[in-house]
Ligand binder design. Structure first.
Ligand SMILES: [Zn+2]
Ligand SMILES: [Zn+2]
Length: 139
């Protein structure tokens, strides 16, 4: 039983030009401390919920995509600049939605921290969640 069972979750960018609806449950929820997430969000750490792309509907507008690396594309609102998504080039069937963009951002609880080796040294989250120096696969 998950915190999001049976819910339809909605969210969008700061100016409202882009809105989305997500159904089902996120397969993953994490904090990402990598330098690209930091720059794209402007925040000390980013947090994402991973959904099946088929479970995410853009109900108003569409994010513009930026190729932030060989492996990923980041979606943002071209009007207000809100960072909305991360999507892996090799995993187009999934989309990561920035937790902060959900109307009810408290719906999710991150399960772990990734890319801690790139994290800001003074920034500490007081939890006991697993921490990975790089990606989950690389440990
Ligand atoms: Zn916007
Ligand atoms: Zn990242």
């Amino acid at each position: 039983m998950s915190q999001t069972d049976g819910k339809i979750l909605e969210g969008g960018c700061l100016c409202g030009a882009i809105r989305y609806r997500a159904t089902g449950q996120p397969s993953d929820v994490n904090y990402c401390h990598c330098s690209q997430c930091r720059r794209h969000s402007g925040a000390p750490v980013a947090a994402f919920a991973t959904f099946a792309a088929a479970d995410v509907t853009w109900t108003r507008g569409q994010p513009r995509l930026f190729a932030s690396s060989d492996i990923g594309r980041r979606g943002f609102c071209p009007d207000c600049g809100t960072s909305l998504t991360w999507q892996g080039v090799k995993t187009p069937h999934e989309v990561d939605l920035g937790i902060g963009t959900f109307d009810d951002a408290s719906s999710f609880r991150p399960k772990d921290h990734i890319w801690t080796e790139s994290g800001i040294r003074w920034f500490h989250v007081a939890d006991a969640l697993p921490r990975y120096r790089r990606s989950r696969k690389e440990g």
